[in-house]
Design a protein around this ligand. Sequence first.
Ligand SMILES: C[S@@+](CC[C@H](N)C(=O)[O-])C[C@H]1O[C@@H](n2cnc3c(N)ncnc32)[C@H](O)[C@@H]1O
Length: 201
Amino acid sequence: MKLKVLDLFSGLGGFSQAFRQRGHHVTTVDIEEKFRPDICRDILDTDELLEKLTVEGGYRPDVILASPPCEEFSKARMPWYKNIHPDMSLFSATLAIVVKLDPRFWVIENVQGAIPFFSQYVGKYKKHCGSRYLWGEFPKFCCTHKKCYGKEKMGPRPDRKELRAIVPYEISINLCLAIEKSPRIEPAMESGDVRRIKMPG
Ligand SMILES: C[S@@+](CC[C@H](N)C(=O)[O-])C[C@H]1O[C@@H](n2cnc3c(N)ncnc32)[C@H](O)[C@@H]1O
């Protein structure tokens, strides 16, 4: 069965790459036209985005993948940046989309510095692959390839930022295979895990 996958903050499409390759129906959303997302929109325009998704296709994804920008959370971990209060609006908008679309699986990816900020709303991260931390509701999967660890070392070039932001393929493929193998309805989802999310603010 083909899955409907919504890739929020899709950038160069690394998070959903394996899902697309394996024939699942991926819808990408990003604010930047240059990434040629299916829907080019600010995720903070949440109502408009939800309307576009649900009205135009009665859309309900099986999987939501979200990798919001991590710069502020990376800074929050550095001892020389004191009293940093990262902007949580993109995280909140992501949660609002998860709650509204109520997918079977959802995964938010970010860096270690996001732990104190995200975990208070969605609980402890479920998986840690090198410098990537994953929160949400998804089946266990294994990811041991060293390519998952740390961000690519790369000299200065105009597209360095987006290239280094790509979620490693090893995470995408192992997550995809685990979701494909997972039973149609997971007990955790039946008990309404998505609705246990505490919204920021
Ligand atoms: C960490 S990168 C995503 C990396 C991507 N998942 C990948 O694997 O290639 C964050 C992305 O969020 C996008 N972004 C930033 N602010 C946004 C907003 N308000 N609405 C939608 N997308 C946004 C950026 O353009 C960037 O592509």
